[in-house]
Design a protein around this ligand. Sequence first.
Ligand code: ADP
Length: 162
Amino acid sequence: MKIAIYPGSFDPVTSGHLNIIRRAANIFDRLIVCVMVNAGKNPMFTLEERVELIRRVTGDIPNVEVDCSNELLAEYAKRRGGCVVVKGLRAGSDFENEFQMALINHKINPDLDTMFLTAESQYMYLSSSTVKELGSYGVDLSDFLPAEIIPDFQKKIGKKPI
Ligand code: ADP
């Protein structure tokens, strides 16, 4: 059984993330989406909220599991039996950092490879931080967030759509 891990902050999960999740779930037997604790970031949603939002939007995909961890990714993957880390690649700016992380993870855990899925063109410039910025101006987010989580996002940010 090929298990892949899709790690990230998912603050909150966007339509771009969901697109990667669906495509990776079609490729691997099991996909574990893991919300990673990142001490350097000050998240809008708590860890538990982020996990719950991802569970809600992936409920129809049977081979997807949602988890969270504060471990090193290479160690988490080993513990969970994952052989591949899935990453989404947007514009070139993602590449440098992701390439470095892939090499480091492979060094720490030589059984672990990283595979990149290119972002779909309509999500190429979409990130959780862009969504938060647009949301703070009350922009309609239906092209950026899964419909089921828009009310949660608006409640958190305290804005009604324009
Ligand atoms: P961000 O805060 O930048 O949205 P995350 O840490 O939550 O990023 O992202 C987790 C993973 O999802 C990363 O591999 C990132 O490159 C990828 N990703 C984020 N947004 C998109 C998108 N719009 N399309 C494809 N992949 C994406």
